[in-house]
Design a protein around this ligand. Structure first.
Ligand SMILES: Nc1ncnc2c1ncn2[C@@H]1O[C@H](COP(=O)(O)OP(=O)(O)OP(=O)(O)O)[C@@H](O)[C@H]1O
Ligand SMILES: [Mg+2]
Length: 1059
């Protein structure tokens, strides 16, 4: 409850004890309504559970919900029937004592459902073994059997229990359900023969007719049509949409099997049910004398067959009764009315007794033969107060039963309250309450109570009627303040009364909801009515039928007939000794009274728990809360009374430990932990909270708080504090989680790191090992590198080869000229290297050759020719190699506007001869050796020496004998011409800067390969034919040309530096 105190604004208060206006019925109703509309059908009054029928399936009965409520403190979760069931169970377990749960309420309020929920809870929560499961199944399945035979559709409830039921569940010391016992109370037998409009007979009849197997029906002489049976159609509603007789029948068969009904038991049982139906169809007609006789023998035949009674005996039993006349027994025939009455009485008796047998049979199957001590939880599902527009004998009994239970409740509650106070050492403050003993006495007092008067009237020989019974009551108890009839004249305190002392004696001690009847209400009574002012309110009863129902007369004859039955159940129900008993059987009301006394004794020895069921509307609709109807039930269930008792002293009490545990955050001294005793802690806490002296009391183990407001103030403070604490706890928790997470991550990181490092180290080690191996091998290979290829050096050599080839590839000569720039090969690669070098040189050459243009090629050919002519012969030749040859050194005017060109006149003269090459030269006179600038021109036919526009000398290549050059580094050439030609002037001594070029061209153009002669020292030449001259060559300091004293031309040239 504490857990949900906070929700009180939204969904009301979970415990009425904490209702501030606890005496206000309206406040009570408001709270109930508020919660009902939120689908919160359960509310506590202390440990009493108020349950409002939701008339719809709520998702609060699942296995999960059961688990939630198992073993949890009563007040920690929202109110629930499971909480109550669990608490009863745990209290029983811990205190090893007996308990009962009294479930009461109007018809249709949900009593039976509540008891089933409790049973289901135990079925799930109690320990389970094969044997225990068997008992559990029987306990659970006893319900459908009893419901089939004891429940019926009424106007108020489609599955109304027409009997009171008390079921004991026995538990062993470990909490296992080991057995059970059922007591039934006051089955409404009259329903067998009569149903009001809109109501049905007991379910079993319809289940058998609708669901019974074909064979079975044939055997029982029944047809599958309810309309054919008079006992089934009086209410005119044999079929109901909310009831499935067929599936209920299947369930019943299964249940009977589990409860171990034998084949013959089942046969006998259904024979009885069928014979009741056949009985109902027996009709009587008056014979000539007005006596009853049966018409149609079909039904009697079936009854006699099914019950195993000779037909004649049966017929006689139905139409005659036995009268004792002096020592003789005489048969007296019935009138038709009497016969009908006797038939119905027989039907009721058979059914009623069979029901008792059924209960006994179920009990046999639930019995626990183990003699070890057991504890018990009793479930009492009993009719609550019934108030109809017309109330009869049944309502009288039922309401009397409720008075008794209320009395018990007051006794037990007050007793337990008193005991608790005593135990806690708190002074008992007397509680003002209405003690309904006065009403119980009115009903059950010996000789003067209503029951006594009724029995007296029933036993009276002669013409006692319901009215004489009423008159008797008027005569004997007319002065009672809780009894009213239309003719009673008394005044309630204010009016005069015949027996003032009686009145004084019996007046209510406290002002309560009970208004005693005044003149006005009395006037509303019909003649034949009497009214009782019950603790819960007033109920008017109609006396009609009281005597009859109380007598429940089954003519002796009828019993005798039944005694002859061969049906085992009937035989058991009508024992042989009974018909001969001269003693008059106990009346129904006395039997009922006695059974109530027995029940009271049973209950008194147990700890009580209560479930009060409320019906929210008459139309069985979900979500509808009829204020008037609920108010009525609140009153009749005595809930306000209960609350008053519970609130008489202190509204709230709780064990110190629990109270301290919840509220300790409100005081710095008790938070977070209190070291002393819980009581001291609570004392410190409430001192801090400022409780006033009269607001609370400290018991031995509990704190008692007088008003709910005190608790609510504490609770509100706690809620405020809780949020702050929650934030702190949250922060702490988050911190803790983060730290934990961090630690986890760190650990994980370290682990990963370790693994990673390990992996790396392993790799490193492997690498090193590999490296060592490789190095060793390398060294070995190196050492043995010069040996023939073997295991030791093969890899090394391969490496050397590869290495050399790689390096070689990177360092190949770039041009042909660098061909000597070749990487030195290791010994094993010498041969390959040479081959490669050759190949590569070839490749370069080829590339080079393919890459050069035709012009260049031509030039290179010329150069090659030059080389053959002068290489290693003339000193300055090497210097000429790098100077490219030109096509010509003097350009014709046509193409070139340079300073040096060939004069056009010369060209005109040469006309048909194409100039192939021309070069400026210095000509030395043959006489005197004076230098003159001239041009030397080669055509295809001849060489010309030209001085500007004049051709000084033409030399046919045919007349050209040769050309002499020195081996030194001068540029002199001497053209030797044939001296036979008179026109020729003699040899020419020339100096030409392009000596090699000019001479090579000349050789090519003139196609004379051996023209050139390289000489040493001096060259002889012809100045004129027959006159010779000399040119001497020598090396000197500088290049000079002069005429030597010997008349020779001296050409001195510097020595060429070697390149
Ligand atoms: N907790 C519940 N949840 C859903 N429906 C319920 C609940 N309690 C009762 N009901 C509905 O109300 C109907 C009547 O309930 P139930 O038979 O328990 O009433 P009762 O108090 O035993 O009546 P009677 O005195 O006539 O036997 C049920 O058949 C069911 O439809
Ligand atoms: Mg019921």
């Amino acid at each position: 409850m504490e857990a949900a105190l906070t929700a009180r604004d939204r969904v009301g208060i979970q415990d009425f004890v904490l209702l501030d206006a606890h005496t206000s019925e309206t406040a009570f109703l408001d709270n109930l309504r508020k919660r009902f509309h939120e689908n919160l059908i359960y509310t506590y009054i202390g440990t009493l559970l108020v349950s409002v029928n939701p008339y719809k399936e709520l998702d609060i009965y699942s296995k999960k919900q059961m688990d939630t409520y198992m073993g949890v403190n009563f007040f920690e979760l929202p109110p629930h029937i499971y909480a109550l069931a669990d608490n009863v169970f745990r209290t029983m377990q811990s205190e090893f004592n007996n308990h009962f749960i009294l479930i009461s309420g109007e018809s249709g309020a949900g009593k039976t459902e509540a008891s089933k929920k409790i049973l289901q809870f135990y079925a799930v929560s109690c320990p389970s073994t094969k044997v225990l499961d068997n008992v559990r199944d029987r306990l659970l399945l006893s319900n459908p059997v009893l419901e089939a035979f004891g429940n019926a559709k009424t106007l108020k409830n489609d599955n109304s229990s027409r009997f009171g039921k008390y079921m004991d569940i026995q538990f062993d010391h470990q909490g296992g359900a080991v057995g059970g016992h059922i007591l039934s109370y006051l089955l409404e037998k009259s329903r067998v023969v009569h149903q009001n409009h809109g109501e049905r007979n007991f379910h079993i009849f319809y289940q058998l007719v609708e669901g019974g197997e074909e064979d079975l029906l044939r055997w029982l002489g029944l047809e599958r049509n309810c309309q054919l049976y008079r006992y089934l159609v009086q209410g005119d509603c044999a079929k109901v949409s909310s009831i499935s007789d067929k599936s209920d029948w299947r369930m019943l068969r299964k249940a009977l099997a589990v409860i171990e009904f034998s084949e013959s038991d089942v046969e006998d049982l259904f024979s009885i049910i069928a014979s009741v139906l056949h009985l109902g169809n027996i009709r009587f007609e008056a014979d000539g004398r007005g006596y009853a006789c049966t018409s149609g023998h079909k039904e009697t035949h079936w009854v006699s067959k099914l019950l195993g009674i000779p037909t004649q005996v049966l017929l006689q039993g139905l139409t005659h009764r036995k009268i004792e006349a002096k020592a003789e027994e005489v048969l007296s025939p019935f009138s038709v009315d009497h016969a009908v009455y006797a038939r119905d009485a027989l039907a009721k008796a058979i059914y009623g007794r069979t029901f008792s047998w059924l209960v006994g049979k179920i009990n046999e199957s639930l019995v626990n033969k183990d003699s070890s001590r057991k504890t018990v939880i009793g479930l009492l599902d009993i009719y609550g107060f019934e108030v109809f527009s017309v109330n009869s004998f049944e309502q009288f009994c039922i309401n009397y039963c409720n008075e008794k239970l209320q009395q018990l409740f007051i006794q037990l509650t007050l007793k337990s309250e008193q005991e608790e106070y005593e135990m806690e050492g708190i002074e008992w403050e007397p509680v003002p309450y209405f003690n309904n003993k006065i009403i119980c006495d009115l009903v059950e007092e010996k000789h003067r109570g209503i029951i006594a008067l009724l029995d007296e009237e029933c036993l009276l020989p002669g013409e006692a009627t319901d009215l004489t019974f009423l008159e008797k009551m008027e005569e004997k108890i007319c002065g009672h303040p809780h009894f009213v009839t239309s003719v009673t004249h008394y005044c309630c305190g204010r009016q005069t009364h015949r027996d003032k002392n009686y009145l004084k004696k019996t007046l209510c001690p406290i002002p309560c909801s009970h208004k005693l009847a005044d003149q006005k209400t009395r006037k509303t009574l019909e003649r034949g009515d009497f009214r009782l002012l019950h603790y819960a309110g007033e109920v008017t009863y109609c006396v009609v039928g009281f005597l009859d129902k109380n007598n429940d007369l089954l003519y002796r004859n009828g019993k005798e007939v039944m005694r002859q039955s061969k049906n085992a159940i009937v035989k058991h129900c009508f024992p042989a000794t009974e018909p001969h008993s001269k003693r008059r059987p106990e009346t129904v009301v006395t039997q009922f009274k006695n059974s109530l006394v027995g029940l009271t004794e049973i209950l008194m020895s147990k700890e009580p728990w209560y479930v009060r069921c409320i019906k929210p509307n008459e139309s069985k609709q979900p979500g509808r809360f009829d204020d008037v109807l609920v108010r009525h039930q609140v009153k009749y269930l005595g809930l306000m009374e209960h609350l008053r008792v519970r609130r008489a002293g202190f509204a709230y009490r709780r064990k110190y430990e629990i109270f301290l545990q919840r509220y300790k955050p409100l005081c710095p001294d008790t938070w977070p932990n209190w070291r002393g005793s819980a009581a001291e802690g609570v004392q410190r806490l409430i001192k801090h909270l400022g409780y006033k002296r009269d607001e609370y009391k400290m018991g031995r183990t509990k704190i008692f708080i007088r008003h709910p407001r005190t608790l609510f103030a504490t609770e509100d403070a706690f809620q405020v504090c809780k949020h702050k604490l929650a934030t702190r706890i949250q922060a702490k928790y988050k911190g803790y989680r983060v730290k934990e997470e961090y630690a986890k991550q760190k650990e994980a990181a370290t682990k990963i790191e370790n693994c990673w490092r390990g992996l790396l180290a392993r790799k490193e080690r492997e690498k090193r090992a590999w490296a060592v191996k490789v190095i060793k091998k390398f060294i070995k290979g190196f050492i043995t590198r010069n040996q023939p290829s073997c295991v030791d050096n093969s890899e090394y050599l391969a490496y050397v080869r590869q290495n050399y080839l790689t390096r070689l590839a990177e360092n190949l000569p770039k041009t042909v000229l660098e061909k000597d720039h070749w990487l030195t090969a290791p010994p094993i690669m010498q041969e390959a290297s040479q081959l490669l070098k050759k190949l590569y040189t070839r490749l370069m050459v080829r590339k080079y050759v393919r890459g050069i243009s035709p012009q260049r090629k031509a030039q290179l050919l010329l150069k090659a020719q030059t080389s053959t002519m002068f290489k290693c012969k003339k000193e300055n030749y090497p210097f000429s190699v790098c100077r490219p040859f030109a096509d010509t050194r003097i350009w014709s005017l046509l193409f070139h506007q340079g300073a040096e060109d060939i004069n056009t006149k010369v060209l005109q003269i040469m006309q048909h001869e194409q100039v192939k090459y021309s070069v400026p030269v210095v000509k030395y006179d043959r006489n005197g050796f004076r230098p003159r600038l001239r041009q030397l021109i080669f055509t295809l036919e001849a060489a010309y020496l030209v001085e500007e526009a004049k051709i000084k000398q033409r030399m046919d290549y045919g007349s050209l004998r040769g050309v002499s050059v020195s081996n030194l580094s001068d540029n002199f050439l001497i053209l030797h011409v044939s001296c036979d030609d008179i026109k020729q002037k003699g040899d020419l001594v020339l100096q030409c800067d392009y000596l090699f070029e000019a001479l090579t061209k000349l050789c090519v153009i003139a196609n004379k390969q051996n023209y050139i002669k390289v000489v040493q020292g001096s060259v002889r030449f012809d100045i004129q034919p027959g006159r010779e001259g000399f040119v001497d060559f020598k090396s000197g300091q500088e290049s000079i040309v002069y005429r030597a004293k010997n008349g020779h031309l001296m050409v001195e040239s510097t020595r060429a530096k070697s390149r």
